[in-house]
Ligand binder design. Structure first.
Ligand SMILES: NC(=O)C1=CN([C@@H]2O[C@H](COP(=O)(O)OP(=O)(O)OC[C@H]3O[C@@H](n4cnc5c(N)ncnc54)[C@H](OP(=O)(O)O)[C@@H]3O)[C@@H](O)[C@H]2O)C=CC1
Ligand SMILES: CC(C)=CCC[C@@H](C)[C@H]1CC=C2C3=C(CC[C@@]21C)[C@@]1(C)CC[C@H](O)C(C)(C)[C@@H]1CC3
Length: 438
């Protein structure tokens, strides 16, 4: 007999528990984060990081001339940069639709369905890099120097686009039949707008969250790093080892994330977080521009490293990448096919909720061992900037907070999902991120 209406589970239950300090935290994120991005970029100028000229404003606010001249703050509004950024996004959307790729299944949704996602990110990235090469061969360094010359204007363009996308998906989320995120349906605008109300906003088969997660931000981060390397070469006549390390380490990470595109389908962002300002701004601007903080710093303030420092930092990045990639692959392969020869030796616990929890291998060392690998790489991206300035280390500070907070969020989610099985798992694997420490 079909369950009565009051027995049927509600498809979109109201969100009753807040994260990120609730509506107040959401308002702060939407207002403070864009300002923070401007401070980190406008505040770092050729005359210093932070620029002493701009710091003088703190003691003499009326002396706005330096603000206009040194920081070129009026370049925040840059029509050329805005048009260029929109053209860049249009190209990415066109490439997504035209470049061939297989369609793969996402994880099962709570309404029992599975969405299909087009896997052609790596081909699109190769196409983008090929186009960059052709442009450089045809027009020299000008196309890439446009990026460093119009950088703040491009940042503004990404912020405007991220806000427009956030408002669009929020408005569309009220259409009938939408599947909402469990954490973004509080009914309070600023909170749902920030954390994301609809789980998988789409235009036809075009999944906005999936596209934004691995295309505009990751790609612009890679291109900006190349542009900052070209800028350093133009200024110095050579490229420092420190810049090469940041370019290669971060470029590898970015391209690796796209090469392993299917892995994003099992991340929290895709499986449980709605698409709102956090993921929109987080990808378009935070990943797309702020993640290039070290390359921009080195283009303005070259750092020379000793061979010992180079070897240590390279070893740190390699260790981090090995832990990051092998642990993520171990979980993703196991979850897709536990009988795969590469993971069938792993011990696991069966859960009442269904999915199996690995309790040996990487996932027997810590409950988020993959975060440790990512965190070590983050250190390897900051250390090439030397120790004269804290600006480039903003990334490791932000990232540490993000990973610790994300681990707590995931613990909360898994504890609710797995109940006693999660308690059993935690007893067997007691470390959260760093085995023996945390
Ligand atoms: N560079 C950056 O800015 C960022 C990078 N990252 C990286 O993204 C990667 C993915 O991180 P994230 O999205 O947080 O998700 P994770 O890859 O850490 O996966 C967490 C999920 O995996 C499942 N799981 C947990 N423990 C086990 C286990 N023992 N066996 C099997 N499955 C398990 C649970 O999902 P289920 O409900 O399916 O069981 C859990 O919700 C990480 O490597 C992280 O470092 C993340 C954020 C930002
Ligand atoms: C302060 C602020 C705006 C926070 C928003 C958080 C986002 C920046 C991150 C949340 C999860 C992310 C992931 C990646 C980039 C950063 C964000 C969007 C990621 C795409 C980076 C590349 C990795 O290989 C990944 C695909 C595993 C990863 C997924 C999560």
């Amino acid at each position: 007999m079909a369950p009565s209406n009051d027995e049927k589970p509600v498809l979109n239950p109201k969100t009753t528990e807040f994260e990120f300090l609730g509506p107040i935290g959401a308002l702060l994120m939407v207002t403070v984060l864009p300002i923070l991005v401007y401070i980190l970029f406008l505040g770092c100028q050729p005359d210093g990081c932070p620029s002493p000229t701009l710091l003088s404003l703190l003691t003499n606010p009326t002396n706005v001339v330096p603000l206009l001249t040194v920081s070129n703050i009026l370049s925040i509004f840059d029509l050329k940069a805005f048009v260029a950024y929109l053209s860049y996004l249009a190209y990415l959307v066109l490439a997504f639709h035209l470049v061939p790729g297989r369609w793969i299944d996402g994880t099962q949704l709570r309404n029992g369905t599975r969405l299909k996602y087009k896997e052609n990110g790596f081909s699109c990235m190769l196409l983008t890099l090929a186009i960059l090469e052709v442009l450089s061969l045809s027009y020299g360094s000008d196309p890439l120097l446009f990026i460093s010359d119009h950088f703040i204007g491009l940042v503004t363009a990404s912020i405007i686009v991220s806000l427009a996308a956030s408002f669009y998906v929020y408005y569309e989320s009220f259409r009938k039949g939408k599947l909402l995120s469990l954490g973004g349906n509080s009914g309070i605008f600023i909170y749902d707008f920030m954390i994301g109300r609809e789980l998988n906003p789409r235009i036809g088969s075009f999944d906005i969250k999936y596209f934004v997660e691995l295309r505009p931000g990751i790609t612009s981060w890679t291109i900006i790093n190349i542009a900052m390397t070209v800028k350093q070469y133009k200024e110095l006549g050579y490229v420092t080892a420190a810049m090469y390390m940041v370019l290669v380490f971060q470029g590898w990470y970015a391209i690796d994330s796209i090469y392993n595109e299917p892995a994003v389908l099992t991340t929290m962002d895709i499986t449980s977080d709605g698409f709102g300002f956090m993921l929109s701004f987080g990808n378009f601007t935070w990943v797309g521009f702020l993640y290039a903080l070290q390359a921009r710093y080195l283009s303005l303030h070259p750092v020379h490293l000793s061979w010992l420092q180079i070897l240590f930092i390279a070893g740190l990045n390699a260790t981090g990448y090995y832990i990051f990639r092998s642990s993520n692959n171990e979980k993703n392969i196991f979850r897709n096919n536990p009988d795969d020869s590469r993971v069938k030796h792993l011990k696991y616990i069966k859960t009442k909720a269904g999915p199996r929890l690995i309790v040996s291998g990487w996932w027997g060392k810590a409950r988020h061992i993959n975060y440790l690998g990512d965190w070590l790489m983050a250190w390897a991206w900051c250390l090439p900037c030397g120790f004269d300035n804290l600006f480039p280390y903003f990334y490791i500070i932000y990232f540490t907070v993000l990973l610790v907070h994300r681990e707590l969020r995931d613990e909360e989610k898994c504890s609710k999902k797995y109940g006693k099985d999660w308690i059993t798992y935690c007893r067997m694997v007691k470390w959260r991120i760093i085995p023996g420490i945390y």
